[in-house]
Design a protein around this ligand. Structure first.
Ligand code: MIC
Ligand code: SF4
Length: 641
């Protein structure tokens, strides 16, 4: 039987396991990336493994999330990352060089290779035909040490594109349309491959936008073929040598095929507070807008910003709108300024922000109280912008620019036509902000500021556990609910005790105190618990607060892996109805844990009602060992592979 693109790359990197959906496979990882907000933990974990140098083909540490430097914490973290990278063989992308996913696409991603990154949007590199996964920092640390990356073998979905995009309709609208069709849970357990005649007209940055937003579908990853479009992009980046073609076999089998006719697509918009709350932009024409942000790893490429500049050229933004532009990389910013497009953007009244994540993760530029913010980003979770009652909508750069001019949500297809945009034949290449590691780092000192605290200690499991259900939450709880980010909190990503004060702040600010005083605790969650980011802090902080188990209707992939890595038991209700009966503050008893793990079924007793709650688990033998040792770090230190 023929293979899909992903199956070909998995087969070429298979260390162990069977390529059967639902079974565990271990993959050899060629490249790793980290960003600063998850990177400090990842390198602390790597250091504790005692390995002198990374063993990957290429590893890189980006600084892009937290570049505000409101105190010593950030710059200290940057210095730690720069020195730890130099010592252990990791390249270092300096603050200001750009957003990890955009820079990786431009300069380092390679078709047919594997990449894991401590950021959930690492699949952006799938736009180049690379098999790229978001992972927790500990998994990245293990991969840097030469260890395999373990995933559950996914199902294969195909999105078949036909037709051509109408003017002012773009890649973001394709992503939003797929979110409308599939929902934020629709990609769970699957790799999404893109194909069909419609992809030929999509450039690599447009493909990257689409692969980026596969994360919002819950997909394991997304991937495009590497074809002549990919070759041309790599050649324009002066790295044609990195090109190798990859395509599915003609008789490749897919578990599901979704057809989208690009010619019939309209500008789409995701309404507050979930990326799948999607309608056509034309249906919201009368909504007044306070703020518009253009940028993020989803839509900050040169092509995106050239289109924005063409729409804004010679015009002024509406007085009620505050518009920010964050170019994705120094390359994008330089080229925008060289061709004069930057001047057009600035003349319209836009505010230029750094080449970094910025407002996407609440690092400045928060909306006003109750403000309506239109963003070209990928997430509009409640509170993520830094303003709790803001109404955040997700749109394409075209819709953002059109709305900036009118002050209302505006369907860009109502605008005067602009000339078609093409990618340049050569990009401006300057890698001077990427520092290569030392040839021999053995004598180099790693600089650690006082904000870098010790890694929290986890507990190994005994055979039973009595613990209180300290918190009960609903469906689609994101890692932004569990461990918020934003300008006030992000500087403390290397300081778990400090971060702990903010755990679940959006849902219940009393949680940290209650969890600490409860001793051992359990969180009860609904479906898709832990969707969103890859931040392992959403597992490490609850672990620090005494959480031993999360009992939920279902889990998001990366978060479930992070819970196991932190030594927290993720258990699933066998009867989702039991979720309704289980009350916060009830004491629960879990027995016969070892045996239950091997059987895949554990019993939980509600000690208040006496009710028995059957729960399911599906741990591989390796995951059972990790949990019994109290987490991946203990397991790895004890020689586990
Ligand atoms: C995000 O978009 O939520 C982040 C911030 O990039 C996270 C990583 C983090 O929390 O540091 C992600 O997507 O993994
Ligand atoms: Fe940065 Fe936002 Fe992309 Fe996360 S989603 S990597 S915060 S730009």
């Amino acid at each position: 039987m023929g293979k899909t693109i992903a199956q070909k790359i998995i087969a070429a990197h298979l260390v162990s396991g069977e390529m059967v959906p639902g079974k565990e496979v271990a993959l050899r990882i060629d490249q790793t990336l980290t960003q600063d907000a998850t990177g400090t933990m990842a390198y602390l974990e790597f250091e504790s493994m005692g390995i002198p140098r990374v063993k990957t083909e290429f590893s890189i540490a980006y600084v892009d999330h937290n570049t505000l430097q409101c105190g010593f914490e950030n710059p200290d973290d940057h210095l730690y990352l720069q020195t730890v990278a130099a010592k252990y063989g990791v390249h270092f992308s300096r603050p200001g060089n750009g957003i990890c996913h955009q820079v990786h696409l431009e300069r380092f991603g390679k078709p047919g290779k594997t990449l894991i990154g401590s950021d959930s949007h690492t699949p952006t590199a799938g736009g180049l035909g690379m098999l790229a996964f978001g992972a927790g920092g500990m998994d990245v640390a293990v991969a840097m040490g030469g260890g395999a990356y373990y995933i559950t073998m996914p199902k294969m979905y195909k999105v078949h594109l036909t037709g051509t995009l109408p003017p002012f309709v773009s890649a973001k609208d394709i992503s939003l349309e797929l979110l409308r069709i599939l929902s934020v849970k629709g990609g769970v357990g699957a790799i999404i491959e893109w194909g069909g005649p419609g992809i030929a007209a999509l450039s690599v940055p447009e493909r990257a936008t689409i692969a980026n937003m596969g994360t919002e579908l819950g997909a394991t990853t997304s991937i495009f073929p590497a074809d002549e479009v990919t070759r041309a992009f790599l050649a324009a980046q002066n790295r044609e040598a990195d090109f190798s073609p990859i395509a599915p076999d003609t008789d490749a089998q897919y578990d599901r095929i979704i057809n989208i006719n690009l010619s019939a697509l309209k500008p789409m918009i995701a309404c507050p507070h979930n990326p799948d709350n999607v309608v056509a932009a034309e249906s919201l024409q009368n909504v007044k807008v306070d703020q518009i942000c253009i940028g993020s790893c989803t839509n900050s490429s040169l092509l995106d910003l050239l289109k924005v500049a063409a729409i804004l050229k010679g015009k002024t933004i509406a007085p009620n709108v505050s518009l920010s532009i964050s170019p994705g990389s120094r390359q994008v910013l330089t080229m925008l300024s060289q061709c004069g497009a930057l001047a057009d953007i600035l003349a319209s009244g836009a505010r230029l922000l750094e080449c970094a994540c910025g407002p996407c993760i609440g690092m400045g530029f928060s909306p006003n109280s109750g403000g309506v913010s239109l963003r070209t980003f990928n997430r509009n979770f409640h509170g993520r912008s830094g303003t709790k009652d803001a109404q955040v909508y997700l749109v394409s750069p075209e819709t953002a620019a059109a709305s900036a001019l009118s002050g209302y949500i505006t369907d860009p297809t109502t605008l005067e036509p602009i000339s078609a945009m093409e990618l340049p034949e050569t990009f401006h290449i300057d890698d001077s902000a990427v520092l290569p590691p030392a040839e021999d780092g053995s004598t180099l000192e790693v600089l650690r500021g006082p904000n870098i605290k010790e890694f929290p200690k986890s507990k190994a499991f005994s055979d039973s556990l009595s613990a209180k259900a300290v918190l009960k939450v609903g469906d689609n709880i994101t890692t932004d609910h569990i461990m918020p980010a934003g300008a006030k909190i992000l500087p403390y990503r290397s300081n778990i005790p400090h971060l702990a004060q903010y755990c679940f702040e959006v849902c219940d600010p009393t949680f940290p105190e209650r969890a600490k005083s409860a001793g051992d605790g359990i969180i009860v969650g609904g479906s898709n618990y832990g969707q969103g980011s890859s931040r392992e802090h959403a597992a490490l902080v609850p672990m620090y607060l005494g959480i031993r188990c999360v009992l939920a209707k279902s889990f998001a992939r990366i978060h479930a892996a992070n819970l196991i890595n932190a030594g927290i038991l993720p258990l699933t209700f066998e009867n989702p109805g039991d979720y309704d009966a289980l009350q916060q503050d009830h004491s629960l008893r879990i027995t016969d844990i070892r045996n239950g793990m091997t059987l895949g079924k554990i019993t939980v007793v509600d000690e208040i009602t006496g009710k028995t709650i059957p729960v399911l688990c599906n741990f591989t033998p390796r995951q059972q060992q990790i949990l019994l040792k109290g987490g991946l770090l203990n397991y790895t230190k004890d020689g586990g592979q």
